[in-house]
Design a protein around this ligand. Structure first.
Ligand code: APR
Length: 245
């Protein structure tokens, strides 16, 4: 049955003038990147994930939240893109302009695999920005080392450049993702539980615009009911099979 679906979806890939791909944490699972919740082991197990990913949590406990993101940055040491990331990058290189990659991941592995124009809906784990609107005195390179680094003049603090719960997505990035979802012939929804909006809504937008939607996930996802086909398997196994020339 799965083989049959795989062949059908391979046909849809060949036919599609434009493909949009929406990825989530599952794409990085086979690289060994712990998901948000899985990273909370040992010392970090005592904290609620939600308290580490809101502005209110950062303002209440800046040192603790800063250390948590430093911990997640360190967990990326030695991690490499896997066959799923590589298949997407190779398809983009072989078919310029045909595949738009939209990701909820902040780990940078798509870019390291060579993907271009990646629309990062939830920011970048390795970037920092000011918590409050920067003043003339706030220069990121001069921020005084600390946990978090701070402007020595006004006390403004650096925070990780990721989108926290309750925050707006970067508008230009999200608008570009919406355009891709609405213009594509095929959307692949890969390695995401499909539970976090507005990202998950892109699959509904693609469907409403008459694109085919295919979910790739070893487990049930909240977008299975929206999909024309669901392929049960891991992204590192399925993407190379689907996107091979
Ligand atoms: N290949 C493909 N999918 C996988 C694999 C794999 N090897 N391993 C796990 N998955 C699937 C899981 O079955 C699950 O559906 O990846 C999904 C991961 O779900 P989440 O951890 O909820 O990640 P995601 O959907 O990306 O979360 C969205 O929520 O935590 C916030 O901002 C954070 O960007 C994140 C957003």
């Amino acid at each position: 049955m799965q083989e049959h679906f795989l062949e059908t979806v391979r046909g849809w890939v060949r036919e599609a003038g434009h493909i949009a791909v929406l990825t989530g944490a599952g794409v990085s699972a086979e690289s060994g990147v712990p998901t948000f919740r899985d990273a909370q082991t040992g010392y970090w197990a005592q904290f609620r994930a939600e308290d580490m990913a809101t502005e209110a949590g950062f303002r209440a406990h800046p040192e603790q939240v800063w250390d948590w993101y430093q911990h997640r940055r360190q967990l990326m040491d030695g991690v490499q893109p896997n066959a799923g990331h590589q298949a997407l990058a190779q398809f983009q290189a072989a078919h310029p302009g045909r595949l738009t990659l939209i990701t909820q991941n902040v780990d940078g592995l798509h870019q390291r695999a060579g993907s271009t124009g990646v629309l990062c809906l939830h920011g970048d784990l390795f970037a920092n920005r000011w918590l409050d609107t920067p003043r003339n005195c706030c220069h990121i390179d001069d921020a005084v080392a600390g946990r978090p680094p701070t402007c020595e003049r006004c006390g403004n603090q650096l925070r990780p450049g990721v989108v926290w719960f309750g925050e707006m997505l970067p508008l230009a990035v999200f608008e570009a993702a919406e355009r891709a979802a609405q213009a594509c012939d095929l959307m692949l929804v890969v390695g995401t539980a499909g539970a976090v909006y507005p990202a998950a809504g892109l699959a509904h937008q693609a469907r409403s615009a008459s694109a085919r939607v295919v979910v790739l996930n070893p487990n049930p996802s909240e977008l299975d009911g929206t999909a024309d086909a669901v392929l049960r398997g891991t992204s590192a196994a399925l993407l190379p099979q689907l996107l091979a020339a």
